[in-house]
Design a binder for this molecule. Structure first.
Ligand SMILES: Cc1cc2nc3c(=O)[nH]c(=O)nc-3n(C[C@H](O)[C@H](O)[C@H](O)COP(=O)(O)OP(=O)(O)OC[C@H]3O[C@@H](n4cnc5c(N)ncnc54)[C@H](O)[C@@H]3O)c2cc1C
Length: 593
C-alpha cells in the first residue's frame, strides 16, 4: 500500500515551533542555512505559549547579589546533582544575554521602578530571578520569536505532524510527515534536524500539558537510534486545579506562591512552615508536591483531595495586576473569585526532566545530524527542574542547537533516502484506516493515562510500577489493532492512533527506568526506597532501542571540575564526592522485555 507524497528540501529541518524550535531556527537562519519549521499546531500555539511565571536568568536587577554561580548552584541542587554540570553552567552563564536579546527583539517585560526588567521569586531560586510579563510570559516569548522568525524568512509548515525520521547509513536525511487537515503525505529532505517537540505529559490523566505533549520527538529520535536519558524523572507541579472535574490538572502558576500565596490544609494550618521553615511555599516543587500529598493522605485534605492556595492577603489590586490569568482562570472555569476565596489545588503532571541525551555544547544526539533542545532534551535539570529554568533552557540551548545544526551542513552532502523507509512508515500510518482491527484509539489513550496515573504517579513503588509496565506492554500490543472510521481528511481519531504509539514507547521507557531507580531523588519518589542511594546518585539511566525493544543501561554522571565543585564547599548539600571506582549499575542489566 503506497500513497503519493510531496517533497520539500531544507538544509535544516526544525521539528517544533515552541521556544526551543523558534530560537534554533533563528540561529540556523543567521548562519545562512535554509530552514524549515514543522509544527503540529498553528504557529504561535505551541505549548510554550502557556508558560506563565517567567524566565530564570541571573540579571541581578532586583537582588543585586545574584550571579551565574548562584543560579548554577541552585540548578544543580534542585536537580539533586544528576544534572549535566556543563549544561547547568552554560545555562546560568548565558540566560541573561538570551533575555536581553529577546528584549531587543521586542519583548516587553514587566519593569522595576528604575526601568530594568522586573524579576520575581520562585521555588528553589536563592534570589528574585524570574523575568516576567505578569503571568503571561510564554505568550510574549512566542510572539517575539515568531515575529522575528517570520520577518527573517523561516518557512513554516503548520498543522503538519512528523511521524518518522528518515536516515541514510545511520545519519539523518529527512523526515516523513502528514498534513493534519487533508491527510496528504509529505517528505522533508534535510541535512540536519533539530527535535524541539516538547514533553510527554499527555500520558497521564491529570496533567497541565496541552494535547501536543505526546512525546513524539523523543520517540522519533529514539526509533532512529538516539538515546533517552533520565526518563524516570517527571515533575509533578504542586498546584494544579482540582475542581470542577473538567479542569482538573490545569496549572496554577508558581508565580502565585512567588507573589506571596500561602498553602493551607483543611484545618487552616500553613503546613509548609513545618516542612521547609526556610523556603516555606517556595521550597522546590518535589518537596511541595509531596507535602500536599501527605496532607491529603493524613486526612487533612480539602473536599476534592487537595490543599488551599490563598492570596487574599495580597489585596485585589495586586492580584489582578500580577496574576491576571489566574484571576480570570478561576473566575471563568471554577466560578471562584480568588480575591475573596482560596483556590483549591493538588499536584498535576507538568514537565519531563528526561528526554534525549545530548551533547552539552551543541545539543547533538548520538545520531549524526540529529540535534535536540528544550523539553525534548535531557541533562540540564537532573532529577528536578526549578521553575523558570525551562524558558531560559529553550533560549540558551535552542540557540546552540540551531548554530550547531547549521555548522554541521558544511561537513556533509544531502543524504539519500531509501524508499523502503517511506513505504514502511506509510503502511504503519495508514493501517488504522484500512486494517481489520477493532481497538479504539481514544479508549486506549484513556487506559494508558489511567495506568500511568495509578502506577507511575507522584508516589511510586515496585508493585505499582510493574503493574503499570504490564498495562503499557499490553496496550502496545493492542495499539497494532486500532481501527479508525473515516478517511485521512481531518480525522482526529487517526491522529490519536499515531500519537498513541509515540506515547506508549516513551511511557515504557519511563516506567522501566522508574522501576530500576530504587531510591527517592528529586521528582522520583519511591515509597519502597525512601532514601537517596549515593551509588545511584552518580548514574544516569539511558533507554535505547534494541531492535524494537526498550533496553536500559547506565552512564556515570559527568564529574564536575574542581573549580565548580568548590562552589558547594560550604553547602549542606554538596555534590557527590569524586569516587572511583564507579558504582555498580542497578540490576538487571539490560532490562528484559
Ligand atoms: C501551563 C504551563 C506553564 C508553564 N510555565 C512556565 C514558566 O513560567 N517558566 C518556565 O520556565 N517554564 C514553564 N512551563 C514549562 C515550559 O512552558 C515548557 O517546558 C516549554 O515551553 C517547552 O518548550 P519547547 O520549545 O521545548 O516545546 P513546545 O513549546 O511545547 O513546542 C513543541 C512544538 O513541537 C511541535 N510538535 C510536537 N510533536 C510534533 C510532531 N510529531 N510533528 C511536528 N511538530 C510537532 C508542536 O506543535 C510545538 O510546535 C510551563 C508549562 C506549562 C504547561
Amino acid at each position: 500500500m503506497t500513497a503519493s507524497y510531496e517533497t520539500r528540501e531544507h538544509d535544516v529541518l526544525i521539528i517544533g515551533a515552541g521556544g526551543a524550535g523558534l530560537r534554533a531556527s533563528l540561529e540556523a537562519l543567521a548562519q545562512g542555512a535554509s530552514v524549515g519549521v514543522v509544527c503540529k499546531s498553528l504557529l504561535g500555539k505551541a505549548h510554550t505559549v502557556m508558560a506563565e511565571g517567567g524566565i530564570a536568568a541571573a540579571m541581578a536587577n532586583v537582588d543585586t547579589a545574584d550571579n551565574w554561580k548562584t543560579h548554577f548552584r541552585d540548578t544543580m541542587r534542585g536537580g539533586k546533582f544528576l544534572n549535566n554540570w556543563r549544561m547547568a553552567q552554560l545555562h546560568a552563564q548565558e540566560s541573561p544575554d538570551r533575555v536581553r536579546e529577546l528584549e531587543q527583539w521586542g519583548a516587553l517585560f514587566d519593569r522595576t521602578e528604575t526601568g530594568d526588567i522586573l524579576q520575581r521569586a520562585f521555588g528553589g531560586h536563592t534570589f528574585k530571578r524570574l523575568c516576567h510579563v505578569g503571568d503571561r510570559t510564554g505568550l510574549e516569548m512566542i510572539r517575539t520569536l515568531q515575529d522575528r522568525g517570520v520577518q527573517q524568512g523561516i518557512d513554516v509548515y503548520m498543522e503538519c505532524t512528523v511521524t518518522r525520521l528518515l536516515t541514510d547509513n545511520g545519519r539523518v536525511a529527512g523526515a516523513f510527515a502528514y498534513w493534519r487537515e487533508t491527510g496528504r503525505l509529505i517528505v522533508f529532505k534535510a541535512k540536519s534536524i533539530v527535535i524541539a517537540t516538547g514533553g510527554i505529559g499527555k500520558a497521564w490523566r491529570v496533567t497541565s500539558n496541552s494535547w501536543e505533549y505526546t512525546g513524539d520527538g523523543m520517540a522519533l529520535a529514539y526509533e532512529a537510534g538516539a538515546e533517552l536519558m533520565d526518563m524516570e524523572f517527571v515533575q509533578f507541579h504542586p498546584t494544579g486545579m482540582v475542581w470542577p472535574p473538567g479542569v482538573r490538572g490545569i496549572l496554577v502558576t508558581e508565580a502565585v506562591r512567588g507573589e506571596g500565596g500561602y498553602l493551607t490544609n483543611r484545618e487552616g494550618t500553613r503546613f509548609m512552615l513545618e516542612v521547609d521553615p526556610k523556603k516555606k511555599e517556595l521550597s522546590s516543587r518535589d518537596v511541595v508536591a509531596r507535602a500536599i500529598y501527605k496532607e491529603v493522605q493524613a486526612g487533612r485534605g480539602t473536599e476534592h483531595g487537595g490543599a488551599y492556595l490563598d492570596v487574599r492577603h495580597l489585596g485585589a489590586d495586586k492580584i489582578k495586576k500580577k496574576l491576571p490569568s489566574m484571576y480570570e482562570q478561576f473566575l471563568r472555569l471554577a466560578d471562584v473569585d480568588i480575591t475573596k476565596e482560596a483556590m483549591e489545588i493538588a499536584p498535576t503532571i507538568h514537565y519531563a526532566m528526561g528526554g534525549l541525551r545530548v551533547d552539552a555544547e551543541t545539543g547533538a544526539t548520538t545520531v549524526p545530524g540529529l540535534y535536540a533542545a528544550g523539553e525534548a532534551a535531557a541533562g540540564l535539570h537532573g532529577a528536578n527542574r526549578l521553575g523558570g529554568n525551562s524558558l531560559s533552557d529553550l533560549l540558551v540551548f535552542g540557540r546552540r542547537a540551531g548554530e550547531a545544526s547549521a555548522a554541521y551542513l558544511r561537513e556533509i552532502e544531502l543524504g539519500t533516502i531509501d524508499e523502503r523507509q517511506i513505504a514502511d512508515e506509510q503502511q504503519l500510518l495508514l493501517l488504522p484506516l484500512v486494517g481489520g482491527g477493532k481497538e479504539n484509539p481514544y479508549l486506549l489513550q484513556q487506559e494508558l493515562q489511567q495506568a500511568m496515573q495509578d502506577g507511575a504517579g507522584l508516589a511510586r513503588e515496585e508493585k505499582s510500577l510493574k503493574a503499570c509496565l504490564d498495562r503499557v506492554l499490553e496496550l502496545r500490543q493492542r495499539s497494532a489493532r486500532i481501527h479508525v472510521p473515516g478517511t485521512r481528511k481531518y480525522n482526529p481519531g487517526w491522529h490519536t492512533a499515531r500519537d498513541l504509539r509515540f506515547m506508549l514507547t516513551i511511557a515504557e521507557a519511563i516506567v522501566r527506568a522508574a522501576i530500576e531507580r530504587r531510591e527517592s531523588r528529586g521528582a522520583h519518589w519511591r515509597l519502597d526506597y525512601l532514601e537517596k542511594d549515593p551509588a545511584l546518585g552518580r548514574l544516569n539511566f539511558i533507554a535505547y532501542n534494541d531492535g524494537g525493544r526498550v533496553k536500559l543501561k547506565t552512564r556515570p554522571v559527568p564529574e564536575m571540575p574542581p573549580e565548580l565543585a568548590r562552589l558547594f564547599a560550604d553547602s549542606a548539600s554538596p555534590p557527590p564526592a569524586s569516587q572511583p571506582p564507579a558504582p555498580k549499575p542497578p540490576t538487571p542489566q539490560p532490562v528484559r522485555t
